[in-house]
Write a new protein. Structure first.
Length: 134
């Protein structure tokens, strides 16, 4: 008797093949996810490397612009005074950036209102805390 074709298999045969079929599908999905993640990580790494390279070139650009500013000021004052002037301007910029950073750190370190509200609610449920007892 010839082997049954796909259309002639019994319900029991189909149910018996179900775990293998599901296992094969899950393995195929996992392999596809691995391939997609590998692709994304590769391109993310390339992008991050190129961005780091651009940052290095940007630092050289910054040094070049600072030097150009010193040379520009040297046209109207002695070179040493021009260098000190540009240095003072850079020091002022650094000071402003540090001040803004400190303000943001202070804002970020404030306790979360939702956490404080949750603590107050828990205290109220326990019957402790600062609330009006009537």
């Amino acid at each position: 008797m010839p082997a049954p074709t796909n259309d002639e298999r019994s319900l029991f045969q189909l149910v018996g093949e179900l775990p293998d079929t599901v296992s094969t599908l899950i393995k195929a999905e996992i392999d596809q996810i691995k391939a997609e993640i590998s692709y994304k990580v590769k391109h993310f790494g390339i992008g991050a490397g190129l961005l780091a390279g651009a940052a290095v070139v940007g630092i050289f650009l910054l040094f070049t612009l600072i030097t150009a500013a010193i040379f520009a000021f040297a046209l109207i004052m002695p070179a040493w005074a021009a260098a000190l002037t540009v240095g003072g301007i850079l020091l002022l910029i650094i000071g402003v950036l540090v001040w803004i950073a400190i303000v943001n750190f202070k804002r970020g370190s404030e306790p979360l209102e939702s956490v404080e509200s949750l603590k107050a609610d828990l205290d109220a449920l326990k019957g402790t805390g600062d609330y009006d007892r009537r």
